[in-house]
Design a protein around this ligand. Structure first.
Ligand SMILES: *[C@@H]1O[C@H](CO)[C@@H](O)[C@H](O)[C@H]1NC(C)=O
Ligand SMILES: *[C@@H]1O[C@H](CO)[C@@H](O)[C@H](O)[C@H]1NC(C)=O
Ligand SMILES: *[C@@H]1O[C@H](CO)[C@@H](O)[C@H](O)[C@H]1NC(C)=O
Ligand SMILES: *[C@@H]1O[C@H](CO)[C@@H](O)[C@H](O)[C@H]1NC(C)=O
Ligand SMILES: *[C@@H]1O[C@H](CO)[C@@H](O)[C@H](O)[C@H]1NC(C)=O
Ligand SMILES: *[C@@H]1O[C@H](CO)[C@@H](O)[C@H](O)[C@H]1NC(C)=O
Ligand SMILES: *[C@@H]1O[C@H](CO)[C@@H](O)[C@H](O)[C@H]1NC(C)=O
Ligand SMILES: *[C@@H]1O[C@H](CO)[C@@H](O)[C@H](O)[C@H]1NC(C)=O
Ligand SMILES: *[C@@H]1O[C@H](CO)[C@@H](O)[C@H](O)[C@H]1NC(C)=O
Ligand SMILES: *[C@@H]1O[C@H](CO)[C@@H](O)[C@H](O)[C@H]1NC(C)=O
Ligand SMILES: *[C@@H]1O[C@H](CO)[C@@H](O)[C@H](O)[C@H]1NC(C)=O
Ligand SMILES: *[C@@H]1O[C@H](CO)[C@@H](O)[C@H](O)[C@H]1NC(C)=O
Length: 474
C-alpha cells in the first residue's frame, strides 16, 4: 500500500506549520482537513507540495473536492506509477497542479448544487469541472448521486458538506485528473474526437495499434483531427472513385497531457488539429527511397544492368506490387559473409541479382505492414510459389519476413506509391532476404552456381512439404 508508516511524520510536519502560522477562531481549510476522516493523504500531500500556507488562510471561500485515502491509494495502480510522487519532498511540488485541480469556487454546499448538469469553476485556472447531480435508479428508494467529471476521470461525491470555515469540503471516491491516463482514454473521452475514436475502435481489440493507445506507459505526440476535420470525401467519376482529402495546413486547436510518470512529468500529448494530415503522395520508387538515407545499395542493385526492374525506379504507372528494400547495413552484412566479394560482384552476377530481386519485388499484390493480419501470411511471389511468409506479432505489430533461407525484420513503416492498396508499397527490412543459399555472382562463383529452374522448382516442393510438416513453427 501507498506510504504506510509515513503519515505520522507528515502529520508532525503539518503541526510545525500550524504552530508557525498560528491558529484562529475560524478553522482554515488546512486545519479542517487535518481532522477530516479519510482525508489524511490529501492533507499530507498539500504540505509536501508546499501548499500548507496558502490553505491556512481563513478568508478563503472555496469548495474542496477531496479524494479519500482509498482513492488516493488506488492512483498508483490507475496510473501505473511507483514511488510516492505526492509525498516525497523533492517530487511533491510537481504534483501541485493536480492537487490544485481539486479546488473550485465559491464555497458550495451540496444543497446548492443544481439538479442534472452544471459546472464548477476551478479556483486555480480558468477551466471547469462538469457536475451531474441526479438519482440513479428508483427515485423512491435511491438518493441523489453527485458525479464530477474531470479531463481524465469521473468520480462520485461520497460524503458531503464538511465545514472548513468559510469553505466546504466534499469527499470523493476517485482523484480528479487534469490529464488523460492514456492516449486511448483521451480519444474516447474527448467528444471532439469521437470520429477518430470510432475509427481506431474498428481496428479491433488485439491490434498492436490499440495496444499502443491503451498502454499507460507509451510516450507519443498524437495529432488528432477533430470530428469536423476528419471526413475524406469520395468522388465518383464514371467508374473511377477518387478519395478527396482536405487541403491546406492543419492548426492546433487545443492540447492535452496524457499519462503521468512517477517523477511527475507527463508521458504523451494529444493535440487536437483542425483537419486530417495525410502522408505525402509519392509517385515513384525513387521519391519514396529519397525519403531515406539508407537505401543507396538497394538502388544500385535495383537499377543494375542485370536487373529487369531498372525501369521501375522512375515509373509512375506501377500497380499492385510490393518492394522489400534491405538497408545499406543489411547489404554490408551480407557481403561480409562472403569475403572477397564486392557489390560489383553481386551486381555482375546477373542470375544472382534477378533471383534476389524476384524475391524482394512482389508483383501482383500490394502488401503493407499496416494491412497485414496478425500471425502468418503466405506471400505468393512471381513464379506462383510461396517462397515468402510474413509473421506479424499481435502484441507489438512488428513484422518479420521469412524466406526459405533466412528472415528479416521490417524497419519503420510503409511508404505508399500511387494509390494506397492498389499501388506500390515500399517496406524497409534489416536483412537481405535470400531466395536460397545465395549465388553471389558469376565472377569466380562457380561453386555457388545458380541451380537450374527444375532444381529450384524441386526445392520449392521439398521446402513446401517441410513447411507443411512444421507449419506452425514459421
Ligand atoms: C492536526 O491534528 C492534530 C491532532 O489530531 C493536532 O495536534 C494538530 O495541531 C493539527 N494540525 C493542524 C495544522 O491543525
Ligand atoms: C473511511 O474509509 C473507510 C474505508 O474506506 C470507511 O469504511 C469509513 O466509513 C470511512 N469513514 C468515513 C467517516 O467516511
Ligand atoms: C467568513 O464569512 C463570514 C460571512 O461572510 C464573514 O463575516 C467572515 O469575516 C469570514 N471569515 C473570514 C475569516 O474572512
Ligand atoms: C487570504 O485570502 C484572501 C481571499 O482570497 C485574500 O484576499 C488574501 O490576500 C489572502 N491572504 C494571504 C496572506 O494570502
Ligand atoms: C420504486 O421503489 C418503490 C419502493 O420499493 C416501489 O414501490 C416502486 O414500484 C419502485 N418503482 C419503480 C419504477 O421501480
Ligand atoms: C438503489 O437503492 C437500492 C436499495 O438501497 C440499492 O440496492 C441499489 O444499488 C441502488 N441503485 C443505485 C443505482 O444506486
Ligand atoms: C457513481 O455514480 C454513477 C452515476 O452518477 C453510478 O453509475 C456509479 O455506480 C457510481 N459509482 C460508485 C462507485 O458508486
Ligand atoms: C462565497 O462567495 C460567494 C460568491 O461570491 C458568496 O455568495 C458567498 O456569500 C461567499 N461565502 C462566504 C461565506 O463568504
Ligand atoms: C472490443 O472489446 C469491447 C469490450 O470487450 C467490445 O465492446 C468491442 O465491441 C470490441 N471491439 C472490437 C472491434 O472487437
Ligand atoms: C502551410 O504552411 C506553410 C508554412 O507556414 C506555408 O508555406 C504554406 O503556404 C501553407 N499552405 C497553405 C495552403 O496555407
Ligand atoms: C540517416 O538518417 C537518420 C535519421 O533520419 C540519422 O539518424 C542518421 O544519422 C542518418 N545517417 C546518415 C549517414 O546520414
Ligand atoms: C501457407 O502455406 C502453407 C503451405 O505452404 C499452408 O500449409 C498454410 O496453411 C498456408 N497458410 C495460410 C495462412 O494460408
Amino acid at each position: 500500500m501507498l506510504m504506510h508508516g509515513r503519515v505520522p511524520t507528515l502529520i508532525l510536519a503539518g503541526l510545525l506549520i500550524s504552530l508557525a502560522t498560528g491558529t484562529s477562531a475560524q478553522p482554515s481549510i488546512y486545519s479542517a482537513l487535518n481532522s477530516t476522516a479519510n482525508a489524511t493523504f490529501f492533507y499530507s500531500s498539500l504540505s509536501d507540495a508546499n501548499l500548507a500556507t496558502v490553505f491556512s488562510n481563513t478568508s478563503l471561500n472555496l469548495t474542496l473536492l477531496v479524494p479519500s485515502d482509498a482513492a488516493f491509494g488506488a492512483l498508483e495502480t490507475q496510473l501505473n506509477i511507483s514511488g510516492d510522487l505526492f509525498f516525497l519532498p523533492n517530487l511533491a511540488p510537481k504534483a501541485a497542479p493536480i492537487l490544485l485541480y481539486h479546488f473550485v469556487t465559491p464555497s458550495t454546499p451540496s444543497g446548492s448544487i443544481p439538479p442534472n448538469i452544471s459546472s464548477f469553476n476551478l479556483a486555480f485556472g480558468s477551466s471547469t469541472l462538469k457536475v451531474n447531480s441526479s438519482v440513479v435508479g428508483n427515485s423512491t428508494v435511491n438518493s441523489t448521486v453527485i458525479r464530477i467529471s474531470s479531463i481524465g476521470s469521473d468520480v462520485n461525491i461520497t460524503r458531503t458538506d464538511i465545514s472548513a470555515g468559510n469553505s466546504t469540503i466534499h469527499i470523493l471516491d476517485g482523484v480528479l485528473l487534469p490529464f488523460y491516463i492514456s492516449i486511448g482514454s483521451g480519444l474516447s473521452r474527448n467528444k471532439d474526437l469521437s470520429a477518430i475514436n470510432s475509427l481506431t475502435n474498428k481496428l479491433g481489440n488485439n491490434t498492436a495499434f490499440l495496444n499502443v493507445l491503451n498502454n499507460l506507459n507509451t510516450e507519443y505526440t498524437v495529432l488528432a483531427p477533430v470530428n469536423s476535420g476528419l471526413p475524406l470525401s469520395l468522388v465518383k467519376n464514371g467508374s473511377v472513385v477518387t478519395v478527396v482529402s482536405p487541403t491546406g495546413n492543419a492548426t492546433i486547436l487545443s492540447s492535452f497531457n496524457v499519462g503521468l510518470t512517477g517523477s511527475g512529468s507527463y508521458r504523451s500529448a494529444i493535440h487536437l488539429i483542425s483537419q486530417i494530415l495525410l502522408p505525402p503522395t509519392l509517385t515513384t520508387v525513387r521519391e519514396a527511397l529519397s525519403l531515406r538515407n539508407d537505401t543507396k545499395t538497394f538502388i544500385s542493385v535495383f537499377t543494375s544492368s542485370g536487373s529487369s526492374y531498372a525501369s521501375w525506379l522512375d515509373s509512375t504507372s506501377l500497380s499492385r506490387s510490393t518492394l522489400l528494400v534491405p538497408t545499406d547495413t543489411a547489404f554490408a552484412t551480407l557481403l561480409a559473409q562472403y569475403p572477397g566479394y564486392t557489390l560489383q560482384n553481386l551486381i555482375a552476377g546477373s542470375t544472382g541479382v534477378s533471383q534476389l530481386l524476384d524475391l524482394l519485388v512482389i508483383r501482383s499484390s500490394t502488401i503493407s505492414l499496416a494491412g497485414l493480419a496478425n500471425g502468418i501470411t503466405n506471400i505468393t511471389v512471381n513464379n506462383g510459389a510461396v517462397l515468402l511468409r510474413a509473421n506479424k506479432s499481435s502484441s507489438t505489430g512488428a513484422v518479420k519476413f521469412l524466406s526459405l533461407a533466412n528472415s528479416a525484420n521490417s524497419v519503420g513503416s510503409d511508404y505508399y506509391i500511387g494509390r494506397v492498396e492498389s499501388g506500390v508499397t515500399v517496406i524497409i527490412i534489416d536483412t537481405v532476404l535470400l531466395p536460397q543459399p545465395f549465388n553471389m555472382g558469376a565472377d569466380g562463383a562457380s561453386s555457388l552456381a545458380a541451380p537450374s529452374p527444375f532444381a529450384m522448382a524441386f526445392c520449392s516442393v521439398i521446402a513446401a512439404a517441410l513447411l507443411h510438416a512444421f507449419g506452425r513453427q514459421w
